[in-house]
Design a protein around this ligand. Structure first.
Ligand code: PLP
Length: 454
């Protein structure tokens, strides 16, 4: 066992099975659709995160803060498509611009004015972003940001955080979800994400633990001549939305500046914490930023942007761009207009209200787990939260995987049986339609689930 990783708490396996049995009894149509889907899609799925055991519920429709599955079960949705639907489901203004634009033409090979408007809003709001390029996913955004950093510095390697997820392209697919058994107890070493990954990928990546300033400093100083960029989230999503210590962010900023390493903040998820993202909330401004999720109004999207001198590699106006960047649906007007609706709806007051409610949610959750004497650590910031079945502090990936995964599974399934959808990792996000009643519903459901599974 890895040092510092605790054994799980004891969950009676029959309690998990009871929740699964209840789920199965509530979802016969989903079970049937899963069977059909398995004929055409591996495991019946196109997306790792939409699958959970024994099979996922198939969704019929969304309705504001709720989703309704094909069996008619209505759930209060704290997953909201991986935090992306910040205005809730089926927002009428968004449906309006999507149908209007579909009537005019969904995508063209030439640019439209809609991309200027969304780019204008984002560059105004996000401190690090002088200019921006749109993509169709966050994955493409991080891929292009890394490429830009390599071009700008003339260096090849990257430094990332252990447990950090930045999409599914190879360069960042190192030490994303390494199992406890694979972790080197003494340090963070780059661990290939899959067994057939070319060895050169992990050889091009340095990995450090989140919030470990001295490890980051040692690696950066020793290898500065080789490192093109540090890519990291200022609020790390995969381990329950743990905000970085400000001192860690400041140290990374100071070192990257000194060593001429491009600092990339992946704000695909954390843009939702304030109008200018986590970089504004924490007051630490990177060189480049990657975006996705909320900026597409529920349609596929990604983006990368940053300092004008770095981004100028993509400028074709003066004799051709140094870096090619194409994409059939990049900046398509449906996405741009849907994104514009979202960004205009997200006023400072909306962020403040959501963030204050997030604080209430985390406090109420802590109180209910304490009242029931269950060792739980609640993480998160602003409108984001994560639940860990451990009594230890959660500051990095290793802390997070020390929590009890069986309890987490039973809790996730129990909550779904209560009509509350969380992410399978027992994390979630608020949206602008969230109210204190919704928070109370979540907390009361948590109490009932714990009573059943403890
Ligand atoms: C922090 C972060 N970066 C990048 C991505 C990749 O975005 P996409 O799924 O749009 O490719 C995600 C997706 O969950 C993410 O959470």
């Amino acid at each position: 066992m890895v040092q510092g990783v605790k054994e799980g708490l004891d969950l009676d396996p029959s309690k998990l099975q009871a929740e699964i049995d209840t789920y199965i009894s509530r979802t016969p149509k989903s079970a049937e659709l899963q069977k059909q889907a398995e004929s055409y899609l591996p495991g019946g799925s196109s997306r790792g995160t939409s699958y959970f055991d024994p099979y996922p519920h198939f969704i019929e429709r969304g309705d504001g803060p709720y989703i309704v599955d094909v069996d008619g079960n209505k759930s209060l949705d704290f997953m909201i498509n991986a935090t992306s639907l910040i205005l809730g489901h089926a927002n009428p203004k968004i449906s309006g611009v999507i149908s209007d634009q579909a009537g005019k033409g969904a995508a063209f090979s030439g640019p439209t004015s809609a991309q200027i408007r969304l780019a204008n809003i984002l560059t105004d709001r996000i401190p690090s972003v002088d200019t921006i390029r749109f993509t169709n996913s966050g994955t493409e955004g991080t891929m292009m940001a890394v490429r830009a950093a390599r071009q700008f510095t003339g260096r090849e390697k990257i430094l990332k955080i252990e447990g950090g997820y930045h999409g599914s392209h190879d360069y960042v697919s190192v030490s994303v979800y390494p199992s406890k058994e694979k972790l080197d107890p003494d340090q963070s070493t780059p661990i290939p994400e899959y067994s057939s990954q070319p060895a050169a990928i992990a050889e091009g990546v340095f990995v450090v633990a989140y919030n470990d300033s001295s490890a980051a400093e040692a690696v950066m100083r020793e290898n500065a001549e080789e490192i093109a960029c540090v890519i990291m989230e200022p609020v790390i999503s995969s381990i329950g939305y743990v905000p970085a210590d400000i001192s860690f962010l400041e140290k990374i900023r100071e070192l990257t500046k000194e060593l001429n390493i491009v600092l990339i903040f992946d704000e695909v998820q954390s843009l939702r914490v304030s109008p200018g993202g986590a970089q504004e909330l924490f007051g630490v401004v990177p060189d480049m930023t990657t975006l996705g999720k909320i900026i597409g109004g529920g349609t596929p999207v990604g983006a990368f942007g940053g300092r004008r001198d770095i981004m100028s590699a993509f400028d074709p106006t003066d004799g051709g761009a140094d870096l090619a960047h194409a994409g059939t649906f990049n900046a398509n007007p449906i996405t741009m207009r849907a994104g514009e609706v979202v960004m205009n709806a997200l006023t400072k007051d909306e962020y403040d209200r959501m963030n204050a409610l997030g604080q209430v949610l985390r406090e109420k959750l802590r109180a209910v787990f304490a009242e029931m004497d269950v060792p739980v650590t609640v993480t998160g910031v602003a409108s984001l939260f994560g639940i860990h079945f451990t009594d230890g502090e959660v500051k990095n990936y290793r802390d997070a995987i020390s929590s009890d995964t069986q309890m987490k599974k039973a809790f996730f399934m129990g909550m779904l049986n209560e009509g509350v959808l969380l992410m399978a990792g027992a994390a979630g996000a608020l949206n602008v339609l969230s109210t204190e009643d919704h928070v109370d519903e979540l907390v009361d459901s948590a109490r009932r689930v714990i009573q059943r599974i403890r």
